[in-house]
Design a protein around this ligand. Structure first.
Ligand SMILES: C[S@@+](CC[C@H](N)C(=O)[O-])C[C@H]1O[C@@H](n2cnc3c(N)ncnc32)[C@H](O)[C@@H]1O
Length: 208
């Protein structure tokens, strides 16, 4: 048995929302690239442990990670940034179906634009989840730090990139971008951080 299967069987078996959303995404012709159920469970626990209430997600897809974040705190509100209008519509329906009506709002368009708009409005958040285009991860990090309240958590998915971050001389742009992201998070003077090898890798940082 693989380690991943062992963890999933014990801690995350039968996540009905995961199964339901995957089926809807297949029928809608969307990619089935939600976070793994065990990464989703960790996101829930991180929100719960930190007590975060103002959540921001970059990359909604079908809404699964949004549901996992909202599961962590019944008083939380989620702002979710998504490039594609169709995906934001699907995510909204799925998140509402899971019982989180009125808890989520979507901003559609390039996330860099949305983050800059939120910055102009002087919004602050205490939990960020980055899970969109890898080439912009370091830009998202900079903006999340600017939008962060003291002690905020910044989590980013796919930071092991199927192990490709270990390559010494990668040529693939996404691998290079993720290596750069992990390096910046590890050495940033305002962050305390760690990369957890769960799912495809989740890098977690706390803003000082
Ligand atoms: C890996 S999927 C997100 C999965 C989702 N977080 C989940 O686990 O349920 C990446 C998402 O980022 C979105 N995306 C890609 N580039 C983007 C951008 N520049 N701005 C906003 N969203 C973007 C894609 O459309 C896609 O829905």
């Amino acid at each position: 048995m693989k380690l991943e299967t062992y963890i999933q069987t014990l801690f995350t078996s039968q996540d009905v929302d995961y199964e339901r959303i995957n089926q809807i995404m297949i029928e809608t012709g969307m990619p089935t690239i939600s976070v793994s159920p065990e990464t989703g469970k960790l996101l829930t626990l991180l929100v719960k442990i930190s007590g975060a209430k103002n959540l921001l997600e970059i990359g909604a897809l079908g809404g699964y990670s949004g549901i996992c974040l909202l599961r962590g705190n019944e008083d939380a509100k989620l702002v979710s940034l998504e490039l594609e209008q169709l995906y934001a519509n699907v995510a909204k329906r799925n998140v509402e179906e899971a019982g989180y009506r009125e808890k989520v709002s979507y901003k559609v368009g390039p996330a860099l634009d949305s983050l800059n708009e939120l910055k102009e409005k002087a919004e602050t958040y205490d939990f960020f989840f980055i899970d969109a285009d890898k080439g912009n991860y370091t830009h998202y990090l900079d903006l999340c730090i600017q939008l962060a309240s003291p002690g905020a958590i910044i989590a980013a998915d796919n930071t092991l990139w199927d192990g490709k971050v270990l390559e010494e001389h990668p040529t693939d742009q996404d691998t290079l971008a993720l290596q750069k992201y992990n390096d910046q998070v590890a050495h940033h003077p305002r962050l305390e951080s760690i990369l957890i090898p769960i799912g495809d890798g989740l890098t977690i940082a706390r803003v000082k």
